[in-house]
Design a protein. Structure first.
Length: 175
């Protein structure tokens, strides 16, 4: 369904420990899912087929925007950096094929908006993300207690950032 009104924002924290979050145009969390993973030559990689299925199924018949965290391979070895680039390329390509409105944002951009006190040094960024996501989306509180679910907090906050930054009054779904 193509329209000028946006119904949902998809936040993507890419990578093996990442997640996908769906937030409606009002800022309500609809769903969070772990990034789908497969084993390729004994290495874990993002499963592009499952990723496409998740996006397509949850965006079907809805006008959406997608916000993907813009991360780099800085500090990785050559093989890891190549694998990371391949996975990130697949995520971007699939998102772009399914949605015309795809944004890439640096972690510092969404954190500056979504963290209540971005300069607070008493917590690291993962702890801040968990705190803010649990506050904004209480239904995630129990899920975020597990370290493996860190990507849920980031993806949900990235999607909420997308609603704040990219969904204007003119593009909001009309009631």
């Amino acid at each position: 369904m193509q329209s000028n009104s946006v119904e949902i924002c998809v936040g993507i924290d890419p990578g093996i420990q990442g997640a996908i979050a769906f937030v409606d145009w009002r800022g309500a969390l609809l769903k969070t899912l772990p990034m789908p993973i497969i084993k390729v030559d004994k290495r874990s990689e993002v499963d592009p087929i499952a990723f496409e299925f998740i996006l397509e199924r949850n965006m079907r018949d809805k006008s959406a925007i997608v916000v993907v965290e813009k991360v780099t391979a800085f500090g990785m070895g050559l093989t890891s950096a190549f694998t990371w680039g391949k996975q990130l390329g697949a995520i971007h390509a699939i998102a772009r094929l399914l949605c015309k409105d795809v944004h890439r944002v640096r972690p510092q951009e969404w954190q500056a908006v979504m963290f209540s006190d971005p300069k607070d040094r008493s917590l690291n960024t993962k702890q801040k993300a968990n705190r803010e996501a649990a506050h904004l989306f209480p239904q995630l509180k129990e899920t975020l207690k597990l370290k493996k679910n860190q990507g849920y907090a980031d993806a949900a906050l990235i999607a909420a950032f997308g609603v704040v930054q990219f969904i204007t009054p003119q593009t909001r779904k009309k009631q």
